[in-house]
Write a protein that binds this ligand. Structure first.
Ligand SMILES: C[S@@+](CC[C@H](N)C(=O)[O-])C[C@H]1O[C@@H](n2cnc3c(N)ncnc32)[C@H](O)[C@@H]1O
Length: 401
């Protein structure tokens, strides 16, 4: 019997539910206790793995994680619930009533769809993963799991499709979408049968490779780009590109192009002003730096460098904003002297457009003192420069301008 099959035994699930949350300091004692109670080593290891994965999964699933089952891969690939909820909202807004989640993994996207009352079939080709999805979707009578190949499935019952092809193979990340599983071209072809199609893709997907009828949206959560997704038919208002920035759970949307493959435009370059803005990664990936610059009345600090500068520090969710305290042409010696004179012992180093390894530089600077500082190493109108900055409250980006 596989370890997954053993996990699905109601008695084992009940035992798992009775165990305390994973605590590395207590794991040895818990292991010994369970063995002393007569459980075999394999089952004990399976239970401890689930406890450990549930703890890690809290970041993606919050309290839901406490009752879910995971595999390492399944958790790693799963859409975090806050983002899955945005996916699911599109299907609700489009009036979809029965959605197939093609390649459901452990079921995160299905869970969000089901949570909105939409009927969902989680279709998963891997038997063990499908079994875990079944447990994860158990609370939802409107969800079921089909252990099947998404590409040979009868699609006639559905009025919406979602797919999140696996982008990892046995040797690591698979860059060519034609080799994702299922392959991206095969998934995209499904929209000729059901126009309401959503597909999660790699954030690095090239604008030139986007189908002309897609709305491509890049999503970041608290500053990290977590995905791009392509939306078709009634799931998108119109083709184009956008960035969805989620900070502390609050969404902010920036439309960045009216067609998916439009050129990102070029923001004008100008001298450093009082504030420096670091655009959110989703904005950069969505080709929105020029759009954001216009919105903030900002210029870029140097050609092709994605740092913006303006006189205003008005908060924006689309960038982290810093107040400029000082700046000078960059040399290690000069930076070291500047920091030593101010007793800076802790230094945050940000960089763009200069060839510096922050950790190595930090060691070389031999920092001493109780002070803290942030330095941005970049080019200012072409010149390598050090910009000493302070984060502004607005830099937390909680207010949409
Ligand atoms: C990236 S994961 C999906 C993660 C999921 N969206 C979530 O949030 O939990 C992709 C899944 O697709 C499954 N898969 C790959 N090819 C498939 C196919 N032809 N039919 C059904 N499932 C497939 C893989 O086994 C894998 O579990």
């Amino acid at each position: 019997m596989t370890t997954t099959a053993r996990l699905l035994d109601p008695g084992v699930l009940a035992l798992l539910a009775s165990l305390p949350p994973y605590d590395p300091a207590e794991a040895g004692r818990l292991d010994a206790r369970l063995r002393a109670e007569g459980l075999d080593g394999e089952l004990v290891a399976t239970l401890l793995t689930q406890l450990r994965l549930r703890t890690r999964a809290r970041e993606k699933f919050g309290d839901f994680a406490a009752t879910m089952l995971f595999t390492e891969d399944g958790l790693q690939q799963a859409t975090r619930l806050a983002v899955a909820a945005h996916h699911a909202n599109r299907y609700r807004a489009a009036g979809c009533r029965h959605v197939a989640d093609l390649g459901s993994g452990i079921g995160a996207d299905s869970l969000a769809l089901a949570g909105l009352g939409i009927r969902v079939d989680a279709v998963e080709v891997d038997e063990e993963t499908a079994a875990l999805a079944m447990v994860n979707l158990m609370p939802f009578p409107n969800a079921r799991v089909l252990h099947a190949d998404a590409l040979t499935l009868d699609l006639s019952p559905y009025d919406g499709l979602f797919a999140d092809p696996a982008r990892r193979g046995p040797t690591g990340r698979v860059l060519d979408p034609a080799f994702w599983t299922p392959p991206l071209p095969a998934v995209l072809a499904l929209r000729t049968r059901i126009p309401e199609l959503g597909v999660k893709v790699a954030p690095g997907i090239r604008h030139d490779d986007l189908p002309g009828d897609a709305h491509a949206q890049w999503v970041s959560v608290d500053g990290d780009v977590v995905e791009a997704a392509l939306w078709f038919g009634g799931l998108a208002d119109a083709p184009g590109r956008s960035a969805l920035v989620l900070r502390h759970g609050r969404p902010a949307l920036l439309a960045t192009a009216a067609t998916p493959d439009a050129s990102p435009g070029v923001a004008p370059t100008g001298p450093l002003r009082r504030f420096l803005h670091e655009p959110d990664g989703a904005v950069i990936r969505a080709g929105g730096v020029a759009t954001l610059a216009e919105r903030l009345g900002a210029t870029v600090v140097s050609d092709l460098i994605a740092y913006l500068t303006s006189d205003s520090g008005a908060p924006t969710p689309f960038a982290e904003t810093f107040e400029v305290l000082d700046h000078f042409p960059y040399s290690r010696k000069r930076l070291a002297a500047h920091l030593a004179a101010r007793g800076v012992g802790r230094l945050e180093i940000k960089k763009r457009g200069v060839d510096v390894v922050p950790d190595r530089l930090r060691t070389q600077l031999r920092l001493r003192g109780d002070g803290e500082a942030t330095v941005i190493l970049t080019r200012l109108e072409g010149r390598h420069s050090a910009v000493i900055v302070r984060r502004t409250a607005g830099g937390q980006g909680t207010i949409d301008p």
